[in-house]
Write a protein that binds this ligand. Structure first.
Ligand code: GLN
Length: 536
């Protein structure tokens, strides 16, 4: 029988509830407990795939092609398990399923209601995820904050689950904000008290309260929260903002949360082994030489839109003992001749994934700069397409070469729609998604990185290199270093006569882990190191 830890949030969003859930996963895994994590998102979209990054940050893609919340990225990076598509449940999925059943007549004349039909479907998805994962403990994070209208069915479902599975098999962790008032020099507990009151009003008594704060929390404050919320004082855990999110498991373990969970859920007691994790945090916090990477994108004012890229750069930096300083460069600004200093000063340039024509010319100009000035370059999905368009413009002597995504009537469609994408009209879940194999060509940078022929990486795209231009591009210095196993799709491309300029049609950032940097990111950062040394 799996056990459940339900993680809810109060007061405000953006507290780092996802990181907290992921960190709980890590401290349990450190005890040899098999864990999995699921996120319940109360919005009505079926998945975040159709949402603007401004709304939602990055869309994280799983092995099986599910487009999910960026918190799933934290989960995979912290617990180092590939999660399946049932790890992200939304109101949209739950209602679509229940309404389809109603249309089939499966409810045999009943009035279909939020309770029990919607709540039952939510519970079924939680139980099924637990069972399929084979986990001893499933951590379930409820998105949003307590009090949100759309979150109510989810909270009601997790309330009922304690009755369904028994008290010793379910516990509740509530994450709240402990604000500091600078004018009176105090940390305030009232928002936490109100949030817990709201939660108790729904029928959920938290077992643990984690308070997010920027200041050290005195014992008296913890005791006060405990008194007002009926939570044991040692189960009120301050989580002071740390230098790196990877420190959170260590902070929670230090506060003895692991032992508390083990006792509360009657799990077999075991000493946690967080040695490797401690070493990782030490390496992140060590002051290493700085490397500046210019990330040229169009959502740069919102780094959450590039969460996994940022983390993958950090992981690669750790492996080379360098601190990565990301310069967030707005590609539209480059089009207006602004922001170039950051590109010129950078040790490497990265162009991440993206959609739509806004800012494309700025990205092409940045890729041109990288090629002409021998600056290490890594292109991710769109970033590879940009690299190819730039080279094609150079080879053809025409600025009209383009992707049909940005100019349908281009005379040189060097990037074009994948054949299977023609005729698709629905936007949601219809891209080429999830893990596909790729064959790497020997004697290339890609081979140096992977050191093997067959690899598997995650995709999220509709467009590809147009094979009609492959010969021309190869003559111009493009090395096709990775293809689909049948040789048909260009999956990795490189520029000849350049220290390190490589693009992948897939998204390597999703598979980077703190202790296992992704080979392409690792070698890209390695190249920036080499080039820097060359300059000295
Ligand atoms: N817009 C491009 C495509 O659909 C690139 C997608 C991406 O970068 N994820 O092919």
């Amino acid at each position: 029988m799996p056990k459940f830890i339900f993680v809810t949030g109060g007061v405000v969003s953006g507290l780092g509830k996802g990181v907290t859930a992921a960190a709980i996963g890590r401290i349990l895994k450190a005890r040899g407990i098999k864990v999995s994590i699921q996120k319940l998102d109360p919005y009505v979209n079926v998945d975040p795939g159709t949402m603007s990054p401004y709304q939602h940050g990055e869309v994280y893609v799983l092995e099986d092609g599910a487009e999910t919340d960026l918190d799933l990225g934290h989960y995979e990076r912290f617990i180092d398990e590939n999660l399946p598509d049932d790890s992200n449940v939304t109101t949209g999925q739950v209602y679509s399923h229940v309404i389809a059943k109603e249309r089939r007549g499966d409810f045999l004349g009943a009035t279909v209601q939020t309770v029990p039909h919607i709540t039952n479907e939510i519970k079924r998805r939680i139980a099924s995820a637990a069972e399929k994962s084979g986990a001893e403990v499933l951590i379930v994070e409820v998105g949003g904050t307590v009090g949100d209208i759309e979150g109510q069915p989810f909270l009601e479902a997790i309330r009922q689950m304690r009755h369904d599975v028994g008290r010793e098999n379910a516990m509740y962790v509530h994450v709240t904000l402990l604000p500091y008032l600078s004018w009176s020099g105090e940390l305030k507990t009232k928002p936490t008290q109100h949030s817990v009151k709201e939660l108790r009003g729904i029928g959920i008594q938290p077992d643990v309260i984690i308070t997010r704060t920027d200041r050290a929390v005195e014992k008296a404050i913890q005791d006060k929260i405990a008194l007002f919320t009926d939570v044991e004082p040692d189960a009120v855990i301050p989580l002071v903002t740390s230098d790196t999110v990877y420190e959170v498991p260590l902070v929670l373990e230090e506060a003895q949360l692991g032992g508390l969970i083990v006792r509360r859920l009657e799990l077999p007691p075991a000493e946690p082994d967080l040695g490797e994790w401690q070493e990782l945090v030490q390496r992140i916090k060590a002051h290493n030489p700085q490397h500046c990477i210019a990330l040229v994108g169009k959502y740069v004012e919102l780094p959450d839109a590039y969460m996994s890229v940022k983390e993958a750069l950090l992981h690669a930096g750790i492996s080379h003992n360098v601190d990565i300083d990301v310069a967030w460069v707005d590609s539209e600004e480059l089009e207006h001749e602004r922001g170039w200093e950051e590109v010129h000063q950078a040790d490497g340039i990265i162009i991440p994934g993206g959609f739509g024509h806004r800012g494309i010319e700025g990205k092409i100009a940045a890729a041109r700069y990288a090629r002409e000035h021998q600056v290490p370059y890594l292109g991710l999905c769109l970033g590879m397409q940009i690299m190819v368009i730039e080279l094609a413009r150079y080879a053809l002597g025409s600025e009209d070469a383009n992707s049909t995504e940005f100019n349908r009537k281009t005379p040189y469609p060097v990037i074009d729609l994948l054949p299977e994408q023609r005729g698709i009209t629905d936007m949601g879940g219809t891209m080429r998604l999830g893990a596909y194999p790729c064959r790497v060509r020997p004697d290339t940078r890609a081979w140096d990185a992977y050191g093997q022929e067959l690899i598997s990486e995650r995709r999220r795209h509709r467009f590809e290199v147009n094979n009609q231009y492959r010969a021309l591009l190869e003559q111009a210095g493009l090395i096709v270093s990775g293809t689909s196993p049948d040789g048909n799709l260009v999956e990795i491309a490189e520029i000849a006569d350049h220290p390190w300029m490589l693009g992948s049609q897939f998204h390597p950032e999703f598979k980077s882990r703190p202790n296992r940097p992704h080979p392409l990111f690792r070698d890209f950062v390695g190249a920036t190191k080499q080039c820097k040394r060359g300059l000295e």
